[in-house]
Write a new protein. Structure first.
Length: 145
């Protein structure tokens, strides 16, 4: 890879890291304020509703920690955070596809309350975020300098 292409990939990886990390921190922080409402939003997905209260309490801090690690941790931790964010995004994507295929009309809950309905575009957004997290995972060590 020539120097210009390498530099472009480095900046793209940095941008992906900042976007994914920032979104995870913001999403987690916005959900912290009302775990009861967030549990209701999770249960509305009709996908393992029994774990909704547990997820409502644990998911926001996990998102904040993963996002913060993506934003500012040393490269080994960023790589682990990128892998964790990929796992979370796959989990979110499975729930979104379930809702879209079942025709369930539900609020996303992605950034706390009133974030709009889950649609196919929600899945597309998560796929783009998943690809971005994969780029960060792949390029974390190489572009850490």
């Amino acid at each position: 890879m020539n120097a210009a292409a390498s530099n472009a990939v480095k900046w793209l990886t940095l941008a992906a890291r900042l976007v994914v990390g920032g979104l995870f921190v913001v999403a987690g922080a916005l959900k912290l304020g009302d775990p009861t409402a967030f549990a209701t939003e999770i249960a509305n997905y009709r996908f393992l509703p029994a774990v909704a209260p547990w997820l409502a309490v644990t998911l926001p801090p996990v998102e904040i920690v993963v996002g913060a690690a993506l934003l500012g941790a040393p490269w080994k931790w960023r790589r682990a955070a990128a892998l964790a964010s990929m796992g979370l995004l796959v989990m979110f994507l499975v729930a979104i596809v379930h809702v879209v295929r079942a025709g369930i009309n539900v609020d996303c809950g992605c950034f706390g309350g009133n974030t709009g309905p889950v649609t196919a575009w929600t899945a597309v957004r998560d796929l783009v975020l998943l690809a971005s997290a994969a780029l960060v995972f792949r390029g974390t060590k190489e572009y850490a300098k």
